[in-house]
Design a protein around this ligand. Structure first.
Ligand SMILES: [Zn+2]
Length: 549
């Protein structure tokens, strides 16, 4: 998500219009999205309609050992990455998007193979039903769940956002289990109800997490079942391989994470699209009959931009921006491994990232819009830091958002040179200093989304966060800093990271002891040297005592 930029529009716009003194009223409102864009105020809550059960889809058996089909989703040099994923999360999904009484309804079934990669024995498997979060404002119903071919009673929890599938036979470490389920998803409200993420509006269907997604089992802690607040991203998931047969009306353009390998007629004016993915932690689908498409290549990566009628000129600019960003990030962080990256114009606030696809808001999709450029570069940056390297976005949003906000600086410096880089970073430093000067809390970076409020989430995670990386770069020197980022990217590709993994990558690459520096900016986290924490806390206490009047 590109939250920082929205807030920045307000502050920057106010500076232009009213001068610096006018900032006082705006900085505190910076994160309050609905007040910034009155037309996007959330609709009053309604009770979503359960979709009537359809005839179940009979899924074919799946040969889980056949991995060759997934290589089409990879750049040739990375086709071998697939081999490590035979015993990771595996999904075979068939789904159909239909429209009944103005409601977009997705009916599907999935065969999932989960392998227990922990040292614990599991008595249940947990799926997340993300559309049931108030933030997505949809309705997902799951029925006819089977474990290894035998029907089971799955249990809903966490206000229908978690589905607990019991296992009659406990799953020992290293063992696999196959689960099938039928599901339906209804999107009966416009996308303004869901922060522009999920819904159907003006012939555009946008469906993040449109299928039951395996949750993450954390060794010794159990299955992750937290419910996200609307302020941040909702998903926490592990990478796996997906094979999808997705059926839409003939005239619909289908945009999905992964790569389409074939299409064929499905009868009744419908077409089935066969899609495979590389190691991805989530799949987005966007579908509409209105999209135009323009494509270019960065090395062997296809960059596809999908735009609405009349928006061709901006689309060509988005294509150039996304291509530049991919080229720059490939060089600076390490290679993007997938065969394609899609960019789609949809209703949303600024932009949102998904593996292999980003969505950019129609309202900033304007030729020459500076924000369209920053939002696009930011969401492309998330392909490195969220998609390829994942994290718990609900509990540790700084891990992907702060580093991705730093990728904006990397993009600007590589493309426009030092002056533009300095102007932008100075503007962010001014903003952060101004925020602190108001007496607002200088919170650590490593807090869950729910620990921040609208007045400080953006400035801490999206402004202080990238400034932390600037300071780290200053401390280490640019070359060593970039070496460390490359080590981080190489070491944790396709995995989930913690704050300690960031610290370790920077320490291992440079030989420096960075615990105190990380503590000062990031705050406490597991893996930080307890002696350093104690020392830093004592030092802070002394400073506060001495500084008291
Ligand atoms: Zn973001």
């Amino acid at each position: 998500m590109t939250r920082k930029n929205l807030a920045w529009i307000v502050v920057w716009g106010t500076i232009l219009i009213g001068g610096l003194t006018a900032c006082a009223g705006t900085a505190s409102e910076a994160g309050g999205l609905p007040t910034l864009v009155p037309t996007m105020t959330a609709l009053p809550p309604i009770v979503p309609t359960d979709v009537p059960l359809a005839d179940p889809i009979a899924l074919p058996p799946v040969n889980w050992d056949d991995l060759d089909r997934f290589r089409a989703a990879m750049r040739p040099a990375f086709a071998g990455d697939i081999d490590a994923f035979a015993h990771r999360n595996r999904y075979y999904i068939e789904a159909r998007l239909v429209f009944e009484d103005e409601v977009a309804i997705l009916r599907g079934a999935q065969r999932v193979r989960y392998t227990n990669r922990s040292a614990d024995t599991l008595n249940e498997i947990v799926f997340r039903l993300y559309p049931n979060l108030p933030a997505l404002a949809g309705r997902m119903v799951v029925y006819q769940t089977e474990v290894n071919g035998a029907p089971v009673e799955a249990v809903l929890a966490e206000r229908d956002t978690a589905l607990i599938v019991p296992l009659d036979t406990p799953l020992t470490p290293g063992a696999s289990v196959e689960i099938t389920m039928q599901f339906s998803v209804a999107a009966e409200r416009g996308m303004y109800a869901s922060y522009g993420a999920f819904g159907y509006q003006r012939q555009v269907f946008s469906g993040p997490e449109w299928y039951p997604v395996l949750s993450v089992y954390e060794e010794g802690r159990g299955w992750w079942m937290e419910r996200a607040t609307p302020s941040g991203d909702a998903v926490y998931s592990e990478t796996g391989l997906y094979e999808v047969y997705f059926t839409v009306p003939d005239d619909f353009v289908l945009i999905m994470s992964g790569t389409e390998v074939e299409t064929f007629p499905a009868g009744d004016g419908m077409t089935t699209h066969h899609i495979v993915s590389g190691p991805m932690r989530d799949l987005l689908v966007v579908a509409s009959p209105i999209f135009g498409k323009t494509t270019s290549y960065v090395d062997d990566i296809a960059i596809n931009v999908y735009y609405w009628p009349g928006d061709e000129v901006a689309a060509e600019q988005v294509l150039r921006i996304a291509s530049d960003a991919v080229r720059i990030f490939n060089e600076q962080f390490g290679p993007y491994p997938f065969a394609e990256l899609d960019v789609a114009e949809t209703f949303n606030f600024t932009g949102i990232e998904y593996p292999g696809v980003i969505i950019i808001a129609d309202r900033i999709w304007e030729p020459g819009d500076e924000f369209m450029e920053i939002a696009t570069a930011h969401e492309v940056g998330h392909q490195w830091f969220y998609s390829v390297i994942g994290n718990n976005q609900v509990d540790h949003p700084w891990l992907d958002e702060s580093l991705t906000s730093f990728t904006e600086y990397v993009y600007l410096r590589a493309l426009y040179g030092e002056k533009r880089f300095k102007d932008t970073t100075q503007s962010d430093r001014d903003w952060y200093n101004y925020y602190k000067s108001t007496g607002a809390p200088d919170l650590p970076l490593n807090l869950p989304v729910s620990a921040y409020d609208d007045s400080n989430y953006s400035v801490i995670v999206y402004v202080k966060g990238p400034i932390f990386y600037l300071e780290l770069e200053k401390l280490l020197g640019r070359e060593r800093f970039m070496d460390a980022l490359q080590l981080y990217y190489q070491r944790h590709r396709y995995e989930v990271v913690s704050s300690a993994d960031v610290l370790r990558a920077f320490e291992d690459a440079t030989g420096e002891d960075l615990d105190a520096f990380f503590y000062q900016w990031v705050g406490e986290f597991e893996g930080l040297d307890p002696a350093v924490i104690a020392e830093e806390q004592a030092r802070t206490t002394v400073t506060q005592t001495q500084g008291a009047p």
